[in-house]
Design a protein. Structure first.
Length: 413
């Protein structure tokens, strides 16, 4: 075979590979038909109010008291990631490592603007099989790889993304909320060479040029969750929940907000003047959703655009019509009413694994609720779980690091 034929064959192989990749992308998009997906109907579920007690969904409740020293003080807005034996806490410009017993084990990353330093942590990802933690730093845009022992491994330059998760094989899935108005895609899946192999198109582009400065904050929102070794993805404004299957992004289920869905013209970032009180009053009727899964249950949080008030929904994964709006005796939606030990009502912030979810607890908040309930139960006898909680809290003050409440979710029979 001469060189010309080899070159032609190589080019044909490349074209064939490219076409297959494009077909894979198109297949993922073409399957995103709302009619074909399981749906969670928020309008009807909003009417199904129910008090659900923690004991109804939990088989076990544990508290991890994170050690507090001058070397490991956790600041505002931390995020928590778990392995089988470790807890990593994103702490603005460094990462704190704790054992599952709460013992402080060390600090990862140095604050600064140097090649191996962190100015600000945008996101963190874990690659447990390789014992790597990956930091998406703010400026310049880079991924910094560290070992679990804190040693710097490498740095990779990347484009600007709102959020990002590095997968076990070092591909990454990137998220753009669409709030800037110019983004072509909500999600991009890359291969190891950073070539895009699948995407979710942003159908709501509304301007041609990005502004020079811009910020929109959405409390409670997290675009990714990991469940049964698959990453699930959801955008602020796109109410389809996707998942990664091989080299494709595929739709999984749809959240039908109905009348609670924010109209395009009311998006905060599209408004030139948002100080008008009438405009904020309009936002009060609309919500965005955040989702999480554990033990074949979906924990859905609907957040109000005006005041950040939340509504908590519990849905069985195999029956999307099973959803309930969780309320307490005061008709407020605070999650599962804590009849386990009389502490704070529980609503998960993230998952530890496929069967456990967690909620970080501020010491001031839990001390306040314990004091209030003690006042109500002066003559009552504290049951065992409550006594243990009170004893643990007696050793802490309000300057202590958060406690992590871990709930093991009951499995279906």
């Amino acid at each position: 075979m001469n060189m010309r034929n080899i070159l032609i064959g190589f080019l044909m192989l490349q074209v064939f590979s490219f076409c297959n990749r494009q077909k894979s992308v198109k297949d993922a998009l073409n399957k995103d038909s709302i009619e074909d997906l399981s749906q969670i109907n928020i309008e009807s579920t909003m009417e199904k109010k129910d008090i659900i007690y923690l004991s109804q969904v939990a088989s076990k409740v544990e508290y991890i008291q994170l050690e507090t020293t001058s070397d490991c003080i956790i600041g505002r807005g931390p995020s928590f990631l778990f392995t089988d034996s470790l807890i990593f806490v994103s702490n603005r410009d460094h990462i704190l490592k704790f054992s599952h017993s709460g013992k402080f084990l060390g600090r990862i990353g140095k604050s600064g603007s140097g090649p191996e330093e962190i100015d600000f942590i945008w996101t963190i990802s874990l690659i447990p099989d390789k014992k790597l933690i990956v930091v998406q730093k703010n400026a310049p845009r880079k991924l910094l790889y560290f070992s679990f022992d804190g040693k710097f491994v490498k740095a990779i330059s990347i484009p600007r993304f709102d959020n990002l998760k590095v997968l076990n094989d070092e591909r990454y899935i990137a998220y753009e909320s669409g709030s800037v108005g110019v983004d072509k895609y909500n999600f991009l899946l890359t291969n190891k060479n950073r070539d895009t192999i699948s995407f979710v198109k942003n159908n709501d582009r509304w301007r041609d040029f990005a502004p020079t400065s811009f910020m929109t904050d959405y409390p409670f929102f997290e675009p990714f969750y990991l469940y049964k070794n698959k990453y699930y993805l959801k955008s602020i404004y796109n109410d389809t929940v996707y998942y990664i299957s091989g080299d494709r992004i595929l739709p999984s289920y749809f959240i039908n907000l109905g009348k609670y869905r924010l109209p395009l013209e009311y998006r905060p970032e599209k408004m030139k003047f948002i100080s008008d009180e009438k405009y904020f009053d309009k936002l009060a009727g609309y919500y965005y959703c955040n989702v999480l899964e554990s033990a074949d249950k979906i924990f859905l949080t609907a957040v109000n655009f005006k005041n950040d008030a939340i509504k908590c929904f519990l849905i069985e994964r195999d029956d999307m019509n099973s959803g309930r709006l969780l309320i307490n005796k005061s008709q407020k939606s605070t999650g599962f009413v804590n009849d386990w030990d009389g502490g704070l009502d529980f609503w998960p912030k993230g998952n530890v694994n496929d069967n456990q979810v967690f909620m970080p607890i501020n010491i001031f908040d839990i001390k306040k609720i314990i004091d209030e309930k003690n006042a109500d139960q002066k003559a009552g006898k504290l049951y065992k779980a409550r006594k243990q909680l009170v004893e643990m809290m007696s050793n802490l003050d309000i300057s202590s690091n958060p406690i992590i409440m871990i709930v093991t979710v009951k499995q279906k029979d």
